[in-house]
Design a protein around this ligand. Structure first.
Ligand code: NAD
Length: 294
């Protein structure tokens, strides 16, 4: 079975490497040469364009930044639908708008392709350790075709529903995560302003009703936990600008549906302020610095 992997960035590269480790033949393409070099160093086959990479693939996987990249990669003249064999299964793992995911899948299916959206949760650590959670939208039979590969890259694989619903789950999850990170930062800052040791405060709240993922596993206050971005000057992890994009997707989706998401909108505004202050490339837990008490 031949796999084509397009988008070998922070997430795509370790995911593709796990497929190589599992014995798949993987042809990859990225716009950045250093990413292709790292892929080739681990046994991947390079190609000069996405069109050449997908031409004889049985399965095509994409892991790109945002909706516009996915639209142009799949629908453009030099793109996947124009060059892949229609017997191929297409799996988009990028986090994008549910509406764009539905539209691209509809066009792909009209041309005879099988396609699922399969965004992930678990971050770069999960991508490296092959413990990602996949949230899949599409036909159950197409998910079953994809499952053996997804199992080599992740631990939990959920069928959310029809095309686009994997993205809906991802958008809801990340809106909650963004809000949770801000709330956790604010509570820690208030405790610190009262003279509390943030480690003692975190330990107690972790065993109390304020417990949440950000507090327990990804504490935003430096030096409360080892091996999290806050203790490494907020380097690595999940970027502020990617969180801002995901909150933008949530706000846009809510507006389309007349759904009320005031906390999502506020979180979007606060991450935007933080990004505009020059922090876009830092890990998203760096919003802890936005809630600083002067
Ligand atoms: P990234 O920016 O590190 O990687 C994206 C890669 O896509 C880049 O290397 C870029 O060069 C490449 N690319 C863009 N357009 C391309 C094209 N037309 N052809 C080939 N390559 C192209 O981003 P990432 O952190 O790997 O995130 C990818 C997706 O996964 C995003 O949608 C993000 O929201 C989502 N995600 C990220 C994380 C995380 O912790 N980083 C966690 C879950 C989900």
């Amino acid at each position: 079975m031949k796999v084509a992997f397009i988008g070998l960035g922070n997430m795509g590269l370790p995911m593709a490497l796990n497929l190589l480790k599992a014995g798949y033949s993987v042809t990859g393409f990225d716009l950045v040469q250093s990413q292709i070099d790292a892929f080739v160093g681990a046994g991947g086959l390079p190609e000069k364009s996405a069109a050449l990479a997908v031409i004889d693939a049985d399965i095509v996987i994409s892991m790109l930044p945002a909706s516009r990249h996915v639209e142009s990669l799949y629908l453009g003249d030099a793109g996947i639908l124009a060059h892949a064999n229609p017997r191929a299964l297409l799996i988009d793992c990028s986090t994008i708008s549910p509406k764009v995911a539905q539209d691209v899948a509809k066009t792909a299916k009209a041309k005879g392709f099988a396609m699922i959206d399969a965004p992930v949760s678990g971050g770069t650590a999960g991508a490296q350790a092959a413990t990602l959670t996949f949230m899949v939208g599409g036909d159950a039979k197409d998910l079953e075709r994809a499952r053996p590969l997804l199992e080599k890259m992740g631990k939990n694989i959920f069928h959310a529903g029809a095309n686009g619903s994997g993205q809906t789950v991802k958008v809801c999850n990340n809106m909650l995560l963004g809000i949770q990170m801000l709330g956790t930062s604010e509570a820690l800052r208030l405790g610190i302003a009262n003279g509390m040791d943030p480690k003692i405060l975190s330990d107690i709240m972790t065993k109390s009703s304020g417990r949440n993922w950000a507090l327990e596993l990804y504490n935003p206050c430096p030096n409360v936990m080892e091996n999290v971005p806050s203790s490494k000057n907020y380097a690595g992890g999940f970027g502020v600008d990617l969180m801002l994009k995901d909150l933008g997707l949530a706000v846009e989706n809510a507006q389309d549906l007349n759904a009320s998401t005031p906390l999502g909108e506020l979180a979007h505004h606060l991450y935007e302020l933080h990004s505009k202050a020059g922090n876009g490339a830092l890990d998203f837990s760096s919003v802890f610095n936005l809630t600083k008490v002067e």
